[in-house]
Design a protein around this ligand. Structure first.
Ligand code: NOJ
Length: 541
């Protein structure tokens, strides 16, 4: 059987508000995305994923949907979506939509009807209770239950009170949701990113979550979320969603799995289904909160590969709209960010890039008064919110950096010109050229895309090394995570007399091998390398 496109794809996440404004209101939109498809082609991405573009009161910037079928006028129209699909498909780029199915907006007609009485047709579309039934908290602050004065009952919400949770135990809700997905599948959408999909089913008797000892700024983090997430019935619901996707073929479901920090790869993998019959892909974010150390990254990657297994597909992600940008996490050290990108691009499976990552954008500085994100507004200064990682894309050095002629909804990164696509295209060693080169190498090299990964023991724990193997072809990747030169020996390779040929190096000088075969080499600070291995005959005596 042919391999499916998503098994080794590169997906580029667009936060539509911040990508390209086409109607001069300081907010990005769908026609703006269409204008930039040729740029995306230069990165050779296989797909784009758009954060929600549906009708929304924007309490959580689109993650509060009031109609799954209508496009918010801020972003455009149905005709724009149609054109986007056509133009993207013509360029061989797939389009994934972000479906927020755990909750709707309060303004969604389902909720508006549900709150009218206890016995209307949509009465059980949401979770209602006469009194607050348990100790659950909302991730964005306060209790998970809010009183509705019309229905005179409390409704449950995992996030803002403007985002009531759907009742997935009600088969009518499941049918209705499947209908919304079908609508977009029929329109030609290639798949969905499913928001917090492990939260959809709640405990049937709404039991209290156990408490955690200690103190943290968010009460939400003071309990183990065993009754408001990951209920076993979730798997059955995901199988239903998967069945729908299978009717269409070559469409993909990628699920966001909400976990306790620092991450739970095994849990994320469990939603792929034991027989590969749930999500096609699921996100594990453990790397994003792992210190920049070879040993730590190796442990995380190994754990994720093991959890997923050989016959299912891992995803790799360093940035998204909820995470502080990697460039800021590594203290704006470009060499570190380049090494991290090399790690990402040389993994097996599906890669997810976040707009601006290819420019090495750090976070934007957002003052308290300019805060937009409800999470930031609530928890400032303990949590700066997610505005910093959502700053506008930097296209050129002209007016409004090519994003918009008027002031954007969030500030640009400091010294924006320096990061612009225009500048970086002229500079051979820029981050953008680096990403383009590496993505090209990956595209051309099936072993890098699909080969199994095995970690190689070296004499030096500052260097992460692994081998990728597919049908007798082998690649060796060496990554020096330290700021000092590091000597490495690869005893197992040396013994077999294996020779190699360099495919890529992050920088010069190139390491020289000393001794027999690959016995010993010296890596520059933060140097990363890809080699093609060539098996050689044992030397004659
Ligand atoms: C996860 C999304 O990624 C985040 O941006 C959003 O605020 C919450 N889910 C609620 O939908």
């Amino acid at each position: 059987m042919d391999n499916a496109w998503w098994e080794d794809c590169v997906v580029y996440q667009i936060y539509p508000r911040s990508f390209q404004d086409s109607n001069n209101d300081g907010i990005g939109d769908i026609p703006g995305i269409i204008q930039r498809l040729d740029y995306l082609k230069t990165l050779q991405v296989d797909a784009i994923w758009l954060s929600p573009i549906f009708l929304s009161p924007m309490a959580d910037f689109g993650y509060d949907v009031s109609s799954y079928r209508d496009i918010d006028p801020l972003f455009g129209t149905h005709a724009d979506v149609e054109l986007l699909l056509k133009e993207a498909h013509q360029r061989n780029i797939k389009v994934l939509f972000d479906m927020v199915l755990n909750h709707t907006s309060k303004m969604h007609p389902w909720f508006q009807e549900s709150r009218l009485s206890k016995d209307n047709e949509k009465a059980d579309y949401y979770l209602w209770s006469d009194s607050i039934p348990n100790n659950w908290y909302a991730a964005f602050g306060g209790k998970a239950w809010t009183y509705d004065s019309l229905r005179k009952q409390y409704y449950m919400h995992s996030f803002l009170s403007e985002q009531p949770d759907l009742n997935w135990r009600n088969p009518e809700v499941v049918e209705a949701v499947l209908g919304e997905l079908r609508f977009w599948l029929d329109a030609g959408v290639d798949g969905f990113r499913l928001d917090v999909i492990n939260c959809i089913v709640k405990d049937e008797s709404l039991r209290n979550n156990p408490r955690i000892l200690g103190s943290r700024p968010r009460p939400y983090d003071m309990q183990r979320h065993i009754f408001d997430r990951n209920r076993v019935e979730t798997h059955q619901k995901l199988k239903m969603l998967r069945k729908l996707m299978d009717e269409y073929g070559q469409r993909v479901l990628v699920g966001e799995i909400m976990v306790e920090l620092p991450g739970e790869p095994e849990l994320a993998a469990s939603y792929l289904g034991r027989f590969n019959d749930e999500l096609h892909l699921s996100f594990d974010f453990t790397l994003a909160s792992t210190p920049f150390k070879a040993t730590r990254w190796k442990t995380v990657a190994k754990r994720w590969y093991e959890a997923v297994g050989r016959h299912r597909v891992p995803t790799w992600v360093l940035n998204n709209h909820d995470l502080s940008r990697l460039m800021s996490r590594v203290g704006e050290n470009e060499a570190k960010a380049k090494l991290a990108a090399l790690f990402l691009i040389t993994q097996r499976g599906a890669l997810f890039l976040y707009y601006g990552e290819e420019l090495g954008l750090p976070n934007s500085k957002v003052s308290r008064l300019a805060l937009q994100d409800p999470l930031g507004k609530r928890y400032w200064p303990f949590h700066p919110g997610r505005d910093p990682e959502r700053g506008p894309m930097v296209w050129n050095t002209g007016e409004g950096n090519g994003f918009s002629p008027i002031e954007p909804w969030l500030p640009f990164v400091k010294a924006a010109n320096r990061y612009s696509v225009e500048n970086q295209e002229m500079e051979e060693h820029s981050m953008l050229c680096y990403y383009r080169t590496l993505l090209h190498i990956r595209k051309e090299d099936e072993t890098l895309r699909r080969g199994l990964t095995s970690f190689v023991e070296t004499s030096n724990t500052n260097v992460l090394s692994y081998c990728r193997e597919l049908q007798g072809q082998q690649r060796l990747i060496l990554l020096n995570f330290s700021k000092r030169r590091q000597a490495v020996t690869l005893p197992s390779f040396a013994q077999k007399g294996i020779q190699c040929e360099r495919i890529f190096s992050t920088h010069e000088p190139l390491p020289e091998f000393t001794g027999n075969g690959m016995e010993s080499m010296l890596l520059e600070p933060y140097q990363g390398l890809i080699y093609r291995l060539i098996e050689t005959l044992e030397p004659e005596q």
